[in-house]
Write a protein that binds this ligand. Structure first.
Ligand code: ARG
Length: 596
């Protein structure tokens, strides 16, 4: 459906035309001066030169035309030529009623027929999922949901790091520990066991040990490189072992991602792109894009307008090995062949920007992707601790995701108990279990909102205490608002047997009207967040909705309102508010509990 702003703009545009001006000048925006009016139009200023008239004269002409317009209760021209507009309460109510009937908060399915791949998550196999991958998962998941909401055919691809040196490190370390395993016997021709020869906890210990060892011991490092090469060239035992590592690791990753409410359509990785490399490299060579430089094969990607040097993209190293860029290019070859996306969005640490600049330029220049494919790098900043340095555990290690999630849930539980002046010992076991479950739901919201409410590209300070607060710009505050509305509606049902039929009354107080006007911007908030790939805009919006609602709630007797019509209006507004909040937190990737 049309947005409220579009509706108002159309009315003002017609007034411009009736007054003899171009209708396109009639664009209405939310007022910069909420103390003066709700909406404004600056068209008179824009038209002054064309019509050789003072802006104020044009504004007055248009204001005159709007005199009897039912949509506005006040229209005035203000120096030097603003049109200040106050919406008629009935007009706001009418829009609420339409919004209530509309699907998907009145957004338009603008994405229909368009395919988008979102490359996010990016976990590395055999390494524990740590907070460094958290942002990618959280932001990517939100964008996936947002894109789908607007009708895009979105494919989420986790793009695992499953092919690099870390695999060789793990294999080399295993070989030192258990040289007797059949995987290392070059004469072994039988089937390999189905069971992996290690568990996930061993695997997680093996990688850091091996990585440390390789840094200190050049002989071991050499072995790890050799194992990587053996794997990549298809040696049978190495392959079999790699499959085990992948299986064990992916099972664990899936568990962790699902704790985060994050899911992927494709569990592809760098290894899946590997088969596309030889052909791609041959083509780049034959078509003259790639040339030898110091023994390596490179493609030039610098452009005249560059302000910063963009070095040539290395496709094959002098020792014949392929690189991260090769893998990402081959992945694009694969995506073209299997999906044919109109857009590919990479949600990756912003420190990888240069890498993606190079990859995108090669892909475009050499026709790996069609010319109109939109390749987007959405670089995110670092999650820092309170000390301003990248977030670490108390003992200085990288914090495991499950530990982080647990700690947040614990902080939330503590707050819940505190607010009721209770300790764990005061609560019956069953009830405590219930509270813990709720704390988990709220904890996830605290974590995700804490992340998503920052502009993705900025670094931010991870502060459990602040994120889990029930007040202020936090996930728990938004949930609290939703739960509060739910409980008012329940109370209403208890008292009156059922909810009244949906009927929006013209707002009769300032706070009620303010809430209605914020709600009227729902579709714009959602569409705008997608247009800018900016989930933080959704957070800003629901924070505004929550504030508007709570103000209204504190100033209004809802259930005790004697007029049936007014009461029905309130309930309708409550239901719409709840829906707007609930749908948008769904887009952010978390849910509200029943109670708090
Ligand atoms: N595995 C990579 C890392 O941990 C992130 C992968 C990002 N996606 C990509 N197509 N390169 O840094």
């Amino acid at each position: 459906m049309e947005s409220f702003q579009e509706r108002l703009s159309a009315i003002v545009a017609r007034a411009f035309e009736r007054a003899g001006y171009d209708g396109s000048l009639g664009r209405v925006t939310v007022s910069n001066r909420p103390d003066l009016c709700e909406y404004q139009c600056n068209g008179a200023m824009a038209g002054a030169r064309t019509y050789h008239k003072a802006p104020m004269v044009i504004a007055q002409d248009v204001a005159f035309q709007l005199q009897n317009e039912r949509a506005f209760s006040v229209v005035s021209a203000a120096a030097p030529g603003f049109l200040n507009l106050t919406v008629a309460p009935e007009c706001a109510a009418q829009y609420m009623a339409e919004l209530f009937e509309a699907e998907r908060l009145g957004t338009r399915p603008s994405g229909e027929g368009s395919r988008v791949v979102i490359d996010y998550g990016g976990a590395n196999v055999a390494k524990p999922l740590h907070v460094g991958h958290l942002r990618s998962a959280i932001i990517g998941e939100s964008l996936k949901r947002l894109g789908r909401y607007l009708g895009y055919e979105v494919t989420g691809d986790v793009h695992l790091g499953d092919w690099g040196l870390q695999m060789g490190l793990v294999i080399a370390e295993l070989r030192e520990r258990r040289p007797e395993l059949c995987y290392f016997d070059p004469y072994y021709t039988g089937e390999y066991p189905e069971e992996a020869p290690f568990t996930i906890s061993e695997l997680e210990e093996i990688y850091p040990t091996a990585s440390k060892k390789a840094k200190e011991d050049p002989v071991f490092s050499e072995k790890a490189h050799a194992a990587t090469l053996a794997l990549q060239s298809g040696e049978r035992g190495h392959r079999a072992l790699w499959h085990h590592i992948l299986n064990v690791s992916v099972t664990d990753l899936k568990k962790n991602y699902s704790r985060l409410n994050v899911s992927f359509d494709l569990w592809n990785g760098e290894s899946d792109a590997d088969p596309y490399i030889p052909d791609m490299v041959r083509r780049l060579r034959e078509q003259g894009y790639a040339y030898e430089s110091d023994g390596a094969l490179v493609v030039d990607v610098k452009e005249e307008t560059d302000t910063k040097e963009v070095p040539p993209c290395i496709i094959v190293k002098s020792d014949g090995a392929s690189l991260y860029a090769t893998s990402d290019l081959a992945t694009l070859v694969q995506r073209e062949a299997t999906i044919g996306p109109d857009r590919v969005i990479y949600v990756v640490d912003k420190r990888q920007e240069m890498h993606f600049t190079q990859v995108f330029r090669v892909a475009k220049k050499t026709g790996i992707v069609r010319p109109d494919v939109d390749l987007v790098f959405l670089g995110f900043g670092t999650m820092n601790g309170k000390d301003g340095k990248p977030f670490k555990t108390r003992d200085g290690g990288v914090m495991r995701l499950e530990v982080l999630i647990r700690e947040i849930a614990e902080a939330v539980l503590a707050k819940m108990l505190e607010s009721r002046e209770l300790t764990q010992a005061d609560v019956p076991a069953e009830e405590l279990e219930e509270m813990k479950k709720t704390a988990q739901i709220i904890g996830l919201a605290a974590l995700k909102y804490g992340d998503l409410s920052n502009q993705a590209s900025k670094d931010y300070v991870f502060d459990i205490d602040r994120f889990s607060s029930f007040e202020g710009d936090t996930g728990p505050y938004i949930l609290y608002t939703i739960v509060r509305i739910g409980s008012i509606l329940n109370k209403y049902r208890q008292q009156f047997g059922s909810l009244p039929e949906t009927r929006f009354a013209a707002p009769s107080s300032e706070s009620e009207k303010a809430l209605a006007l914020v709600l009227s911007r729902a579709s714009e908030a959602v569409e705008g967040a997608w247009a800018e790939l900016a989930p933080h805009k959704l957070c800003q919006y629901i924070y505004e909705v929550s504030n508007a609602f709570n103000k209204f709630y504190h100033e209004t007797k809802i259930i005790a309102e004697p007029s049936e019509e007014k009461r029905a209006g309130y309930v309708s507004l409550l239901r719409l508010t709840k829906r707007v909040l609930t749908e948008i937190i769904g887009l952010l990737g978390f849910d509200a509990p029943e109670r708090m």
